[in-house]
Design a protein around this ligand. Structure first.
Ligand SMILES: O=C(O)CCC(=O)C(=O)O
Length: 330
């Protein structure tokens, strides 16, 4: 007999509990907005980080042509990938315990933190056409999930996210010309059409938009600072460029997966067949290799106490389901 494992991350203060209705809604619709999940301090830390990036990029571009001193900044400052590998605050943001509380409930118990992106989206910039995140990041089994953290008010004007509710039940549409080789379940479907120019902002050339059109009209997801949108990696979603003249659209977007998945992916490449060893174990435990937080951010992993009893739902004589504790030695 192998060592028993009852999934249970270490207790910590201020845990955000997910409701059963929220869990069901996430799995039905493919997204879940949790309002006010991040504290003012946590949002402030990430907002300041976004500002550092924005101003850093601005000063780099001070020689950009044009009369408007913001031209260079607007032309370049849209998104910064993987700050979490080089900055302690960015790592803390990706491993925010309350974000992980929700991720753990939705796709856990064992969680890898894979990716972070800081979006700045100045006036006139940003936007990403219809796409599915698992098209880009491979996890097998496919357990990828995104967390979109609003660092300020976002709405249709400055380029909030749009989603097609229920489209998370779709398979991943493969790119034309590649035989679908880099998406899951190649050759498993008789009628899965290939798509072109996924993520292109123009629906005329991004042919995933034709599948999106089979759904009820997509909905926008306006958010306030500290709200977090959790979204399924098969969900059709997009954003439009920021069409204001005087507002940014700052957000921090991170991706996670179940830490029992094989991850043949890493943002910066990896050696061998598996990128698992580059992914931070953020909750639970795993039989795969993993990375630890480079800046020492505390994570609440499996507490190593395998004496916990296992609880199962069982049918009683009266026909009711009851949680029954199963002792290890039974
Ligand atoms: O925030 C955006 O504009 C796009 C983000 C997105 O689509 C993603 O992270 O998958």
């Amino acid at each position: 007999m192998g060592k028993s494992y009852t999934p249970k991350s270490r207790e910590h203060q201020d845990r955000h509990l997910v409701g059963v209705k929220e869990y069901a809604q996430y799995h039905r619709d493919g997204f879940l907005k949790v309002e006010g999940l991040l504290s003012k301090d946590d949002v402030g830390m990430l907002f300041n980080l976004a500002e550092e990036q924005r101003l850093g990029i601005k000063s780099d571009k001070k020689d950009a042509p044009g009369d408007n001193p913001l031209d260079g900044e607007f032309a370049s400052a849209t998104r910064v990938h993987m700050l979490s590998r080089v900055n302690a605050d960015a790592e803390r943001g990706m491993l925010n315990p309350r974000v992980l509380d929700v991720i753990e409930a939705l796709i856990g118990p064992d969680v890898y933190a894979l990716q972070s992106m800081m979006f700045l989206n100045p006036p006139g910039r940003g936007g990403q056409g219809w796409h599915q995140d698992s098209y880009y990041i491979k996890t097998h089994p496919d357990t990828l999930i995104g967390a979109w953290i609003a660092l300020e008010e976002v709405d249709e004007e400055n380029g909030c996210l749009w989603v097609a509710p229920g489209s998370n039940h779709e398979p991943i549409y493969p790119p034309a010309g590649h035989g679908g080789g880099n998406v899951h379940a190649v050759d498993a479907f008789v009628d899965l059409t290939a798509v072109e120019n996924v993520s292109h902002i123009d629906d005329e050339v991004n042919t995933l938009s034709k599948v999106v059109a089979q759904y009820p009209p997509p909905i926008s997801v306006p958010m306030k600072a500290g709200d977090v949108l959790f979204f399924h990696s098969h969900l059709f979603h997009r954003s439009f460029p920021n069409r204001t003249t005087d507002r940014y659209r700052r957000s921090y977007v991170c991706h996670y997966c179940n830490a029992r998945s094989w991850v043949p992916w890493d943002h910066d490449g990896y050696e061998g067949d598996s990128g698992n060893y580059r992914q931070i174990l953020a909750r639970g435990t795993t039989h795969h290799p993993y990375a630890e937080p480079a800046y020492g951010t505390e994570v609440f992993l499996f507490d190593g106490d395998d004496s916990s009893d296992s609880v199962r739902m069982m049918g009683m004589d009266d026909g009711m389901m009851m949680p029954i504790v199963q002792k290890k030695d039974e």
